[in-house]
Design a protein around this ligand. Sequence first.
Ligand code: URA
Length: 292
Amino acid sequence: MTSIARQDPPGLAELFVFYAEAGAYDALTEEPVDRFAEGARLAQPAQPPAQDGARQSPVSEAAPSAPRTPFRDQQASPAPRPAATAAVPDEAQAALARELAANASTLDELRQHMAAFDGCNLKFTAKSMVFADGNPDGAVMLVGEAPGRDEDIEGLPFVGRSGQLLDRILSAIGLDRTSVYIANVIPWRPPGNRTPTPHETEICRPFIERQIELANPKLLVTLGGPSAKTLLNTTEGVLRLRGNWRSHTTKTGTVIPTMPTLHPAYLLRNPAHKKLAWRDFLEVKARLRSLT
Ligand code: URA
């Protein structure tokens, strides 16, 4: 980060620290927005409405009634992104996602349908759609929660620190990205790595369900609580779920043995629990052997 010069407005350093701690590392627009100048403008007494049909100032044009957030503000300013208006998650969008997912007859088609889908607001703050990595013909499919910063930049799942740990775990049981297929419940990074809302998850659910159905793995591994809850339709916590085989049933009735385990990011924060994940992956290895 560039150093903060003395003449910068008071509070700027604290603002940057606040953004960094909230996980907001990336600019969403090419041009920075001067929030201090904007605050000063908004503090001025309101002008009477123009009587002559003249255009209102950009500030009053853009003034939304909803509370402002940095992300919403940045979407309202000129940006190279195609959609300036965030989609509102609702049942109609979930229905459209279900229809698009059902109409995809290959993984490539599914990827295209997802890329064309504008019904999830996360798409408008993410840099890329993170569809999958690895081998779609692999016997094992792993599903995480949602991309983080590194994944958003590279457009691939699990490439950051937690991905490196995942690769080491896979390698310890004789697997790698040529033999497993990896995806996420949500293909777009939530801003600041916030937890996806239940609405966002429900909107994206048909896509990951169809992705699993089309990949048709022999075994499924859910990484972390949100993935387990979504794919196993349960509200149980991951520490209770993990280590026990469950079933994921696809829309067309195929039952896929599923091992819920801990998320690699959680393991990085709680290294003492790595032994639990290790046990889970040994289960996966044993089950895989029994299938061949
Ligand atoms: N965490 C996830 O759940 N998925 C990723 O792709 C990266 C981090």
